[in-house]
Structures are given as structure tokens and as C-alpha cells.
Design a protein around this ligand. Structure first.
Ligand code: COA
Length: 283
């Protein structure tokens, strides 16, 4: 697949709507910028934004492009329309798989979701409707999640004779605990936004029409911090999930030491001592 070009709009354009544009060679994923935040929207509304192979491929392209954009300090991932974040992997496509293509479908999705999880800047899922199956797994791969009161989460795969194949059997238990994850995965039950909040699946529940504004406000609380520190914190947290404690602590110390060599650390500490706001440069 040819690499999708992201033509970031000129910074001389000053309103969010002027800065909005659709990447020319992508059909289902739209990117808009609002200052240092990129808003990535999955837009396949006639199928409730279900993830077919093209959507998964386009998401991979977009995140790989945004990774290289130094001016992007955080990403919001959302679904178009007010009905769904993403209603799952595309069941029409899944119905045609065999045991060989099934592995590929799962690996392709896992690779893109892993790239999101390892994305070096914070990624926040803004969930405004159904986040089922692959949609729930996509939200789980993001670093943070907020929901509108219309959101519903669930892993209905066992009802289709499959299991979650985009990391859901791993990430849900890490986030909400083993017992709750097993119950949700084996029953296929969905939970509404308030319950999702109670069990730690989302950080916050907000009114539907303020979802994007609330998402930006939360993300800006993070992008105002030292970008290198934010990146290292994410790295250390995720490294800690996969490594023995001693090794993970060693990695944390190495990151801590590395940050002592950054301009941002000096700026952050001087700003505190001088009672002013820091002006981080990301280096
Ligand atoms: N894959 C493919 N198409 C999907 C889809 C999915 N995961 N989820 C929804 N759609 C399609 C529907 O087939 C329908 O298409 P059509 O208009 O061409 O028939 C369209 O999106 C609208 O969905 P519909 O079922 O009519 O909406 P609803 O409001 O009655 O129900 C849901 C909404 C989310 C409850 C229902 O669509 C659903 O259960 N979807 C599947 C969820 C799922 O099992 N996901 C995990 C997949 S592994």
C-alpha cells in the first residue's frame, strides 16, 4: 500500500476549521489538527465505524505519520457520528476467514493497536457510542479513555464463536482486573458508560455534545507538561507490564537519569522556583 501523505495545514491558518482537512488518499480515517492535538476520526458510519481491513490499514498509516510529526503532542481517537465509537471488527469480513487468514486478521489488527499503545505521545480514546469487540479493544490500546453517557463497552466475540483477537484478552484484565475481565469476556455483556467508569474502564463520563471539548481539555492537561517526561513515563509504565520488577525498576532509573540531561527538566524546575509557568520545548 502506498504511504498515505499527511499534508499538515499551514500554521498561518488559525482556526480549527480552517486547519481541518481530509487526507486525500484515505477513505475511512480523517485527521484534524487543533494546535498541538491531532484528532483522528474513524468514519464509516453506515457500518457503525466497524473495522474492516482498510480501516485498520488506514489507522496504521495515520499513526505512523503522526509519530513523525514533532508538532503533534497528543492524539484523540474517536468515531464519527453519535452512535458508535467502533462497533467491532467487520463481521462480514470475519465470516469469510479460515484458520490461516484468521491469524493474519488478528496479527494485522494487533500490530496497529500495539503501535497505538507504544505511540510516543498520549493517545486518548473519546468514546461517544458503541465500543464493542474490536472497538473496545481499540479503546483499550489507547493510553486514556473518556466516554459520553451514550457509550457502551463490551466484548461480544464469544457470541459469534470467536474470542477477542486484537489484544482484548490481555488488556482488559490489566485495566479492570481479572475477575471483571473474565466475566465481561465470557458473558459478552455490554456495560454502559457509568458502569464503565465505576470499574475503571474510562476516566470520566461527559455529556455527548461536549465529548471532544472534554477530551481536548484532558489531553491539554498532559500536553502542557514536559513532552519528553510524558513520553518516558508512558515507556516506563508499559515496560513495567512486560518485565520483571527488578529490570523494570532499572529501566525507570535509566529514564529518570536521562531526563536529568534535558532542557525541559531545567526549565520545569526553574519555572517552579521562579514561580512561573514552564515553557517546555520537548528536548
Ligand atoms: N461489522 C459489520 N457490520 C456492522 C457491525 C460489525 N461489527 N456492527 C454494525 N454493523 C452494521 C450492521 O450490519 C448494519 O448494516 P446494514 O445497515 O448494512 O444492515 C449497520 O452497521 C447498522 O447496524 P444495526 O445492527 O442495524 O444497528 P442497531 O442500532 O440495530 O444495533 C449494534 C447496533 C451495535 C448493537 C449492532 O450493530 C451489533 O450488535 N453489532 C455487532 C457488534 C459486535 O458483535 N461486534 C464485535 C464484532 S467481533
Amino acid at each position: 500500500m502506498p504511504r498515505a501523505a499527511i499534508f499538515r495545514p499551514s500554521h498561518t491558518l488559525d482556526t480549527a476549521s480552517e486547519q481541518s482537512f481530509r487526507m486525500t488518499d484515505l477513505n475511512y480515517v480523517k485527521v484534524e489538527w487543533d494546535g498541538e492535538i491531532a484528532v483522528v476520526t474513524i468514519d464509516r458510519q453506515d457500518k457503525l465505524n466497524a473495522l474492516n481491513a482498510d480501516v485498520v490499514g488506514e489507522l496504521g498509516e495515520v499513526f505512523s505519520n503522526l509519530r513523525e510529526d514533532d508538532e503533534v503532542r497528543g492524539v484523540i481517537l474517536t468515531g464519527a457520528g453519535n452512535k458508535a465509537f467502533v462497533a467491532g471488527a467487520d463481521i462480514g469480513e470475519l465470516a469469510t476467514m479460515n484458520s490461516v487468514t484468521g491469524v493474519k486478521v488478528s496479527r494485522d489488527g494487533q500490530d496497529v493497536f500495539r503501535a497505538i499503545e507504544l505511540f510516543p505521545k498520549p493517545v486518548l480514546a473519546a468514546v461517544g457510542g458503541y465500543a464493542l469487540g474490536g472497538g473496545c479493544e481499540l479503546a483499550l490500546a489507547c493510553h486514556l479513555r473518556i466516554a459520553s453517557e451514550r457509550a457502551q463497552f463490551g466484548l461480544p466475540e464469544v457470541g459469534l464463536g470467536i474470542i477477542p483477537g486484537y489484544g482484548g484478552t490481555i488488556r482488559l484484565a490489566r485495566l479492570i482486573g481479572l475477575g471483571r475481565a473474565i466475566e465481561l469476556t465470557l458473558t459478552g455483556d455490554t456495560v454502559k458508560a457509568e458502569r464503565a467508569h465505576e470499574i475503571g474502564l474510562v476516566s470520566k463520563v461527559v455529556q455527548g455534545d461536549s465529548l471532544l471539548d472534554e477530551a481536548k481539555a484532558l489531553l491539554r492537561r498532559i500536553t502542557s507538561k514536559g513532552p519528553v517526561a510524558v513520553r518516558m513515563a508512558l515507556e516506563s509504565i508499559y515496560r513495567g507490564l512486560d518485565t520483571p520488577t527488578g529490570e523494570a525498576l532499572g529501566f525507570e532509573s535509566a529514564m529518570f537519569g536521562l531526563l536529568a540531561s534535558t532542557d525541559d527538566m531545567r526549565e520545569g524546575m526553574h519555572a517552579f522556583l521562579e514561580k512561573r509557568k514552564p515553557d517546555f520545548k520537548g528536548r
